[in-house]
Design a protein around this ligand. Sequence first.
Ligand code: CA
Ligand code: CA
Length: 494
Amino acid sequence: MFSITSGDQRDLFVQAIDTPDAVVRVAGNVDLNLTGLESLPLAPGVQILGDRSLRRQGPRLFTTSFPHILFRVGNDGDGTHSDNVRISGIRLQGAESDDPFSAVGTDDSDGIRVDSSLNVEIDHSEIDHWRRSAVNVQDGQNRIGLPNAGTVWVHDNYIHHNQHPTGTVCCGHGAGYGVATSHGVYALVERNVFDVNRHAITGDGSAGDGYLAYRNLILGAGGDNSRVWRTHEIDMHGRNSSCSYECGSADEYMDVEYNTVWYTNGTGVKLRGTPSIGMTVSHNVFQYSHLWVGSILPLHAALDQTETGLHQSANILGSYTGGQRKYCDFEGDGVEDAFIATGVTWWYQSSALGGRWAYLNQSTARVADVTLGDVNGDGLCDVGHPGGVFEYSSGRRSTHRLNRTQGARPDARSSDASSDMPPERCSTWSDRSPAPPCHRGCPRQRTDGDVSGPCRCHLRDPVGLPVSCRPEGSRPRALPAVRGARHPLFSGLP
Ligand SMILES: [Ca+2]
Ligand SMILES: [Ca+2]
C-alpha cells in the first residue's frame, strides 16, 4: 500500500505503480506533475485509486510534455503483460491544447496504453487532451478475443478533448480517440461520456478487432478531421490501404447498443469495410433524423457503411432531449443536479464532479414521465417513474429489475449499478452473444486468470476504494449542504 498525499511524491508514485499488487492511493487534493516521464509501467495487480471521499473529482495527474505513452499496462514489444490493473477516480490530463489543429503534424500521445493484459479496469476517471488516445488497447500477444471481450473494461469515465486532425484540408496523419482498439483486441466501453474527440471509439480493423459499446453518451462537439470535414464518432476501419482504409476486412464484431449520440458535426457510426462477424447497431438514440448517409445526400446521418455487415434495428432517430430537465440532488452535496433522459438512459449533471454528466440508469422513461425526490429518506434523490421508483442511493431497484443472466444482452427494462457508485467489478463472457458485465449477485471474490469461467467480482466502495464488503446503501459522507442551489454549469450540451 502506497499513499500519495502531495505533489512532491512523484518518485514514490513511479516506484509504487511498478510494484506488483501495489494499491496506490492518491489523495484527492494532489496535483501530480508527470512532465518528462514516458511509458511508466504499471506492474500486474496494481491499482491506482484516486481518493474521492473529500474531493469527488479525484486527484489530477498531468503532463505538459507529450509522452508517446504515459501509463503502460503490458508491452507487446517486450512480450510482457500486466493483468489485474485498475485505474479509478483520477483526472489524467495530457498537454494537447483546446485547439485541435495545434496537433497537426505532431507525434501521437496516449494517456493509457493496454497491451495484451487481462482484467483491466479504467473507471470513474476524467481522461483528456491526448493527441492519440485517452485509452489505447492492443493485443499483440493474442490473449484477448470475443470470448473474453470484457476483460478490458472502460466505464463511467468522462473522455474529452482528444483530437488530432489530418490537416487543414486533409491527408496527413490523423488520430484523436477516446478508446482505440487494434491488433486483435476487444474492449468493453460503457456508460462513458464522450465529447470533443475526433472519434469517440475506433478500431483499426486488424484481424480479431472489436468492441462492445453500451450506454455511452456522445455529446455534440469534436470530430475535427480537417477545417473542411468533420468525421464520425464510432468507427471501424477497413484494412485495405489502397482505399484509404475505407474498404476490405474490418474485423471482427462490434456491438453498439443503448448509446445516445447527440453528435451532429458528422456521422454517428461508420463501418469502413466488412467485418467477419458483423456490426450490430441497435437501440441507440441519434439526434440525426436520417438513418443512412446517402450516395449524394445527406452527407451525414446516424449510420454509414462502405461495404456490408452493419445490422441496425430499433434505433431512435431525430431525438435530442438534452434541454428537457428536472432538478434534484443525487449525491447529497446540497446542490441540485440536472436530470436528463435520452430515451434509452438517464444521466445527471453532477455538481460534486464539477458539472460532469454521470450515468444513472437504463430506461425508456422520459423527463416528463418521472418525478424526482428523496423517496427513501437517505438525503439522496430517487426517481419515480411509471413502473415504480429507482432508488439511486442504495442500488436497490424496486421495479424494472431483471435477473441478468450470463450471455444476456443489455435490456432496456433492466437497471444497472449507478454510474458514480461502482460496488464491484465483474465480467462474464460465455458465447458470441456478448453481455455487459454482470452486476449485483456476483460471487464476492476475485478469481483472476479464468476468463471463461463464471462471473468475477471484486467489490469496491462508492469512492473507488476496495473494501471487503461495504453494506449496500452506505455512502461517503456528504459534503456541507447548500440546499436549493443549482449548479451553474451546463457544459457539454448544446
Ligand atoms: Ca449535487
Ligand atoms: Ca433517496
